[in-house]
Every structure is written in structure tokens, then in C-alpha cells.
Design a protein around this ligand. Sequence first.
Ligand SMILES: NC(=O)c1ccc[n+]([C@@H]2O[C@H](COP(=O)([O-])OP(=O)(O)OC[C@H]3O[C@@H](n4cnc5c(N)ncnc54)[C@H](OP(=O)(O)O)[C@@H]3O)[C@@H](O)[C@H]2O)c1
Length: 296
Amino acid sequence: MRYEELGKTGIRVSKIGLGTWQFGASYWGWGKELDEETAISIIREGFKLGVNFIDTAEVYGWGESERIVGKALKQLDREEIVLATKILPIRITSSGIIRALRGSLRRLGTSYIDLYQIHWPNPLFPLRKAMRTLEREIEEGRIRAIGVSNFPLKLMEEARSYLSRHDIASNQVEYNLLKRDAEEIVHYCQKEGITVIAYSPLAQGLLTGKYGPKKMPRGIQRRTTLWLKYGKIDWSLVDGLRKAAAKIGITPAQMALAWVIRERGVIAIPGAKSLDHLRENVKAADIELEGNQMRP
Ligand SMILES: NC(=O)c1ccc[n+]([C@@H]2O[C@H](COP(=O)([O-])OP(=O)(O)OC[C@H]3O[C@@H](n4cnc5c(N)ncnc54)[C@H](OP(=O)(O)O)[C@@H]3O)[C@@H](O)[C@H]2O)c1
């Protein structure tokens, strides 16, 4: 496993972390395709393999994901884990933050969160107040770092301008071979010492090679989301990825992840529904791609 500093916090995070939206969410077939026991074993095995960064959110499974992560944490050394969660954008007022944070701490069974992120921007609430409240939470020891998610560049700059004693540690954005809009943010963050946390690094499974135009993921909700996100999917890219990966003896998922984390300052948080997924994905951290290896 390779590690990097999270922003300028001095906190060390694995290049491949673990996304846990899958835990508790019907969207991902919770209770049918995976259950609590599997979820806990994924977190524990991930830790054994060097994954020290776990990402969750209060909204995932309406608290179930945080509860499950909390349960798994009891069997691990809390201090060895970098725990990240997110607050719903409808709660980013001062009192909303205080309430949401206490709720997350309770479900996670911990006294502090390493990275507390605003899940999405919300133009209805003043960002200045939210940032100042979060800064106070750092000083009171309930969080160690502030992160944002889905923030465009201008809003990141605005959020940073309201912080006087700390900086934003990270921006969590969608970034994968099929969706590269975040590259402007990646460049900005690299220059400013802010970590980019790439979500959906496998394009919700499309880049694993197991799907195609005639074999799409199950579930109407998932198909609709993929259609809204990716429109007409570029299957020729997926096919090229499959061939390029085979050429160097790795899987498409590993190549897709290795591509996302190829540069300093970017980590990825693939979700996993089985131990096999996890083990395959973790290996991507040790793959360093050369430029021409991405060509089929
Ligand atoms: N900040 C945000 O707004 C935001 C938004 C989305 C996600 N996230 C975070 O990012 C994490 C990851 O993103 P994501 O869950 O959207 O998508 P992803 O990581 O791109 O894809 C995960 C899915 O791909 C499939 N998969 C994973 N590894 C595989 C492997 N080795 N072989 C075959 N299939 C594999 C599994 O689904 P199937 O087996 O069903 O195909 C798995 O659920 C989430 O868990 C969450 O923590 C954040």
C-alpha cells in the first residue's frame, strides 16, 4: 500500500481507501447482494491490507453505514484508522452542524472524526458560518480536519477564505476514466496542497469490465443514475481498458483505479460488495502505470 498526507494535516492516508455507501443502501442491493457480516469483514480485511481511510456519510443507508463502520471499528485500533464522514447539505447551519456531528459520533461510536466533509454545497446557507463552526469543532477536538465534497473551484476558494486557523484538507469529487470534469480541481488542489478524494473511481462498476451495452447493472434506480451521469456510455473506452489491462496482466478495475491515483495528491475510495472486490481493488495501489500502458 502507498500512503500520502491528507492535505496539510500531517494525517497519513492510503492511496486506496474504502467507500461505504454500499453498506445499508438498497441502491446497492443491501440485504440481497451483501449483508452486515460481509460489510464488517470487508472493513477488517481492508485494514489488514493497509487500507486505513474509510469514507462514510450520515445519509448512507440513513445512518446504517455509519453504524456498521462503528461496529467494525470496535474490533480495530481506532487510532490507526482515518475516519471520514459527511454532513447533509440541508444541515450546514451552526446548530445543524453541531447536531449532525453529534449524531455521527454516536453512530460511529467514537469521540472524534478525522475528516468531516460537507457532502454537497448548499447556496441557501451562508458558508462563512458553517466554516467558522467547523473550525471551532476542530479546536474542541471533535474533528481533526475539514473537507468539502462536490465543491466547484470558486466555492472551494470561498470556503477557504472563511477559515483563519486551518485550511480545507480535501475535496471529494467524482473522478474516473469516463468522467474527467474534475481535472481542473485536481490541478488546483495539487498546487494548493489539498487532497482530491476520487469517488466512483470505477464509474459505479462500469469500469470493472463486467458490464457492457447488453449487460447493465441490475435495478432501475441504478440504471437511471448511470444514464443521468454518463449518458451514452463510451463502451469503446471500456473495451480499450479491458485490452490494455490484459496486456500487462492486471484487471480493468485495477487499471482504472491505478489511473485515478497515478498522481500525487489524489486518492480513490472504491466501494466493495465482497472480499474479492476489496482484495482486487487494493492491489491497484501498488501498480504504477507508464504512459503507454493505457493504450490498448
Ligand atoms: N461525495 C459524494 O457525493 C459521493 C457520491 C458517490 C459515492 N461516494 C463515495 O465513493 C464511494 C465509491 O463510489 P461508488 O460506490 O459510487 O462507485 P465505485 O466505487 O466506482 O463502484 C463501486 C461498485 O463497483 C462494483 N465493484 C467494485 N469493485 C469491483 C471489482 N473489483 N470487480 C467487480 N466489480 C466491482 C460493485 O458494484 P456491483 O458489484 O453491483 O457492480 C461496487 O459496489 C462510495 O462508497 C462513497 O463512499 C461519494
